[in-house]
Ligand binder design. Structure first.
Ligand SMILES: *[C@@H]1O[C@H](CO)[C@@H](O)[C@H](O)[C@H]1NC(C)=O
Ligand SMILES: *[C@@H]1O[C@H](CO)[C@@H](O)[C@H](O)[C@H]1NC(C)=O
Length: 435
């Protein structure tokens, strides 16, 4: 092959000119750069749809979107007035009568400005959603990647209301010429009605799951879900990366509470939380620690102790770090100073304190790993790959399966960072915007 011999010739010339030492050093540097590029890519928090990272598993299924039409009269609409949507993959074999639902996440919008931006994205409008979704992690139909739920009916429910499926404002809200629909609760009801008519009403087992803002949605709707299903069915819920903490940030402010106050006022969510005390700020009722108090259905709390999203947006939000002292640390935990690590250990302690009252509930499960990551159930790598974190030699997938099927009691709490050598810690390329 002429091309190859020319290349070989050029290489030899180059090698001679540089001298073998320098050339070898250059080659080694190029190789290291390549490795770095690969590892950076591998560390992306969620596998990007256009470059699926499969970690030895087969390529994920792509599942078509279904728009929920005919619910306009019930007012089930995304922020911009488009219909809500989900992706459905039918179950097979002995999973044909089992259903796993996943509520998507994607933060919240707190004011007209941020909700207006959201309307132009897939988090506020089905007109902007991709028509197909990759089903990976807990949604995968590959047994090697998802050992306990691979053959279940699966539904990925899109998030387009901006308030964790909990707002229910009667009229379109106007801000100048811009209109907004705050109808997450109605979206939840419309999607459930449609799924019930597709066979969910005959489910023998059902599992409501969600990550991030969708994890919060799971706490909010777990008992609603139970109530929709046959009495004889087994129904449980899994909230992944959704235990947002009502804590002081690095500047001593309760940034997240102020944020939730705005979301709760904008979308008038108090109707959804009748038990929430009148002496409390509206946003306080939106924290899982409050929501979970009244849940009667078995819940699994899957949450890293150093959840990347929370470190970035709850503990060290941009607005509380004007000098950017946390910038490196919140993108890469290995870059944290000892002082910052101390603060992170305090954050872990706040999480453990907050979940303490749920630890003793016999039918609840816990998997609190000490990794720097977010959304482990929807990641090919983190759910059940050879690189997934383990506690007591079990991946999150195994722990959740053990708990769902009562194979053992699962209250897995990891030791402090950096004790767990199996931890997979993400490295972010740049901080993500929050508003
Ligand atoms: C509309 O939204 C903008 C930005 O949030 C705000 O400044 C303005 O006061 C709002 N107008 C009304 C009528 O609420
Ligand atoms: C850990 O689990 C794997 C299977 O997932 C098993 O092959 C291995 O022997 C276990 N290691 C220990 C130390 O128990």
């Amino acid at each position: 092959m002429p091309g190859t011999s020319t290349a070989r010739h050029l290489f030899r010339l180059w090698w001679r000119r540089l001298g073998p030492r320098a050339a070898a050093a250059l080659l080694a540097a190029a190789f290291a750069l390549l490795l770095l590029a690969v590892s950076r890519y591998a560390a992306a928090p969620t596998p990007r749809p256009t470059h699926p990272s499969t970690y030895g598993h087969r390529l994920p299924a792509l599942v078509d979107i279904t728009l929920v039409h005919g619910t306009a009269d019930k007012g089930a609409l995304c922020l911009d007035g488009t219909p809500p949507a989900y992706h459905f993959q039918p179950g097979f074999g002995d999973g044909a009568h089992s259903w796993l639902l996943h509520l998507d996440g994607g933060s919240w919008c707190r004011n007209f400005e941020s909700c207006a931006r959201r309307k132009l994205t897939n988090l506020g409008s089905s007109a902007h959603m991709e028509t197909r979704a990759e089903f990976v992690g807990i949604l995968s139909d590959d047994q090697s990647q998802n050992p306990d739920f691979y053959n279940w009916n699966k539904v990925k429910i899109r998030y387009c209301d901006g308030a964790s499926f909990s707002g229910d404002v009667q009229d379109e809200v106007k801000n100048g010429t811009a209109g907004f629909f705050f109808r997450g609760q109605r979206i939840w009801e419309a999607v459930m009605a449609e799924l019930l008519s597709k066979g969910l009403n005959r489910a023998k087992q059902a599992f409501l799951t969600g990550c991030s803002a969708g994890g919060l949605s799971t706490y909010i709707h777990c008992d609603d879900f139970r109530a929709l299903l046959p009495k004889a069915s087994t129904v449980k819920c899994l909230a992944d990366g959704g235990f947002f903490l009502d804590v002081e940030d690095i500047s001593g402010r309760r940034y997240m509470r102020a944020f939730y106050n705005d979301v709760a006022r904008l979308q008038d969510v108090h109707k959804k939380f009748p038990r929430c005390g009148s002496d409390m700020e509206p946003g306080q009722c939106f924290f899982p620690q409050e929501v979970a108090k009244s849940i009667a259905t078995p819940m699994f709390i899957l949450n890293p102790a150093y959840d990347v999203w929370q470190v970035e947006h709850v503990l060290s939000p941009e607005a509380s770090d004007p000098q950017n002292l946390w910038l490196e640390c919140k993108m890469d935990i290995t870059k944290c100073s000892s002082k910052q690590l101390e603060i992170l250990q305090g954050f872990r302690k706040s999480l453990l304190d907050a979940i303490d009252e749920f630890k003793n509930r016999r039918d609840w499960g816990l998997f609190i790993d000490s990794c720097f990551i977010h959304c482990q159930s929807t990641s090919t790598l983190a759910w059940h790959s050879p690189s997934a974190a383990r506690i007591n030699n079990k991946t999150a997938a195994e722990a959740v399966g053990d708990w769902f099927f009562d194979r053992r009691e699962v209250k897995d709490i990891d030791c402090e960072y950096p004790c767990n050598p199996t931890c997979y810690n993400v490295v972010l390329d740049q901080p993500s915007k929050e508003d």
